[in-house]
Write a protein that binds this ligand. Structure first.
Ligand code: GDP
Length: 195
């Protein structure tokens, strides 16, 4: 997709702050440091718009980016950061649960996983959660440039098996470094908008 216009709209902490123009939304979930900000920046061709979380897990907010006045990318807080307090963990749970269960314009969650490692317990919980709410998921295995191409299939298999990946979901191999998977991921999203 050719990006002509990207706007950071809001860091929303409450549902009444979510945009009300009903554009389709794609949310991005992943553990802290998985490469979510880098992926967003690569998708929108802007180096520094999505900010690398300097204090992982601190702020429980949904960051809304409007792309081409057509679609929102919604950045979830990174999860699985060890130093997060119990209260923050609970806030995260409540916010995401409300969003997943009630957000009408949500089309799909892009679930970002580091291709190099087997999914963590939190990754598996997140995927189960998404499936519990019947949300279509695209599992995006990122940082693909960090392992040789010959090892991609083995690693993808490990990720899919650990998650209990549903064949009805989608999967895209990605690298924010090289741009691998960028066009494919936009095509997956375009397909969901057209449905
Ligand atoms: P976030 O906390 O999930 O937003 O993660 P960041 O986007 O800040 O990325 C965490 C670290 O991984 C940074 O040092 C990035 O430069 C690096 N990184 C992210 N994606 C990739 C990738 O696809 N390839 C490589 N080689 N490094 C990446």
């Amino acid at each position: 997709m050719k990006i002509s216009n990207v706007e950071f709209v809001i860091s929303a902490v409450r549902p009444n702050q979510y945009p009300d123009d009903a554009l389709p939304e794609f949310a991005l979930a992943g553990r802290s440091n998985v490469g979510k900000s880098s992926l967003i920046n690569r998708m929108i061709n802007r180096k520094g718009l999505a900010r690398t979380s300097s204090q992982p897990g601190k702020t429980q907010q949904l960051n809304y980016y409007r792309v081409n006045d057509r679609v929102y990318l919604v950045d979830f807080p990174g999860y699985g950061y060890a130093k997060v307090s119990k209260v923050q963990r609970q806030q995260f749970g409540e916010m995401i649960e409300t969003y997943l269960s009630e957000r009408e314009p949500l089309k799909m969650v892009l679930h970002i996983i580091d291709i190099r490692h087997a999914p963590s317990k939190d990754d598996v919980l997140m995927y189960d959660w998404l499936k519990h709410y019947g949300i279509p998921v695209c599992v995006v295995t990122t940082k693909a440039d960090k392992i040789p191409k010959s090892q991609w299939p083995k690693h993808v298999k490990i990720v899919k098996e650990a998650l209990g990946f549903r064949p009805t979901d989608r999967h895209v191999l990605f690298s924010s470094e090289t741009g691998l998977g960028r066009d494919e991921l936009w095509a997956v999203m375009e397909g969901m908008i057209a449905e």
